[in-house]
Design a binder for this molecule. Structure first.
Ligand code: VTB
Length: 317
């Protein structure tokens, strides 16, 4: 029996849509802080209109550094279900500011306790799509072994596999090793939520996601994979004591823990929505003409066995 009902899927989508429309005004204007702030304000206003006892578990940061949508902030009208919310009002502030592709307004919801309360640190991640044998890849195996196992499971040569990797100097070694065994790499400049999800969508051609990105983005991606199938593992990466202290504050005691998909997003009912700000592999960006805005949103949930994309039109002020 579901605790969440389907109206929650559309309610969540509406929150992401509002954030994306607000960020639209800042596309290509070189000001990523302003773009983020616009999305944050709009998302918070929309969340506060929802009939729920909402609590942010993945947000803009800790209370002392994020005036709005901080981790632990309560949102919603205060009536109704206790809901945990993971959000990234603007996943891809840089691509938005630079007028580049692949930026999203993202939101996941689950009844209380359904999403990992993760610190704002890095996370090593690995993910593959659905319909593969359980444990086909593993964070503790070498990239060479993971690619060989994935190639066997997909009955294709390693040279035919494509790995999505965030383009960062820290990934130099793994990139060299992927090239050494002959697989293709599809780099992304930002946006590893979309990168992870792309492994589950055959039209992207992505077979594997690897590398380290934000832990909050890891929880959001896991929420999406719970809805559409796929496998993911993550392990927090700590660069200093401040980051270890952040983890302690979120209740983490085992710093070396390998999180599986259900550890990251364990809720029985999960809703995930992402609206395009600029166009990308998952969804199209916002279009605006006069006072009409059009949005394109991915709506996923564990309550439905479907990939749903929705186009909406809004009258703006
Ligand atoms: C990723 C990516 C984000 O941060 O998590 C990345 O998904 C990790 O941080 O879109 P670095 O940029 O420090 O490598 C983003 O690029 C921005 O939040």
């Amino acid at each position: 029996m579901s605790v969440l009902d389907r109206s929650m899927i559309f309610a969540a989508a509406n929150v992401a849509e509002k954030a994306a429309i607000a960020a639209y005004d800042w596309i290509g204007r070189g000001d990523k802080e302003a773009a983020d702030q616009a999305a944050v304000d709009a998302m918070r206003t929309a969340l506060n209109n929802l009939p729920m006892k909402g609590r942010i578990v993945i947000g803009e940061g800790e209370r002392d550094e994020a005036p709005m949508l901080y981790i632990g902030e309560e949102v919603g009208t205060g009536e109704g279900l206790e809901i945990d919310i993971a959000l990234d009002p603007l996943e891809g502030t840089t691509p938005t500011a630079k007028g580049m592709t692949n930026s999203l307004a993202v939101l996941a919801m689950a009844p209380r306790g359904g999403l990992l309360y993760a610190p704002d640190t890095y996370m090593d991640k690995i993910a593959v799509g659905a319909e593969l044998p359980g444990g086909v890849v593993d964070l503790d195996n070498s990239i060479e072994d993971n690619l060989a196992a994935l190639a066997r499971a997909k009955d294709r040569p390693v040279s035919d596999l494509t790995v999505c990797v965030l383009e960062r100097p820290r990934h130099q070694e793994i990139v060299a090793r992927i090239r050494q065994v002959g697989a293709r790499i599809s780099f992304i400049t930002d946006g590893d939520v979309a990168g992870v999800i792309s492994t589950t969508d055959p039209k992207t051609g992505i077979d594997l996601y690897v590398g380290s990105g934000g832990a909050p983005e890891g929880v959001l991606a896991a929420a999406a994979l719970r809805c559409v199938g796929g496998q993911m593992q993550g392990r927090l990466v700590f660069r200093n004591d401040d980051e270890r202290a952040r983890a302690t504050r979120t209740g983490i005691t085992d710093f070396g823990r390998k999180y599986g998909l259900h550890d990251l997003a364990g809720g029985e009912d999960i809703v995930f929505t992402a609206t395009g700000v600029t166009s990308g592999s998952l969804v199209d960006g916002v279009r605006k003409s006069g006072n009409i805005a059009q949005t394109h949103t991915l709506l996923l949930s564990t309550m439905e066995d479907a990939w749903r994309r929705m186009r909406s039109r809004f009258h703006c002020e």
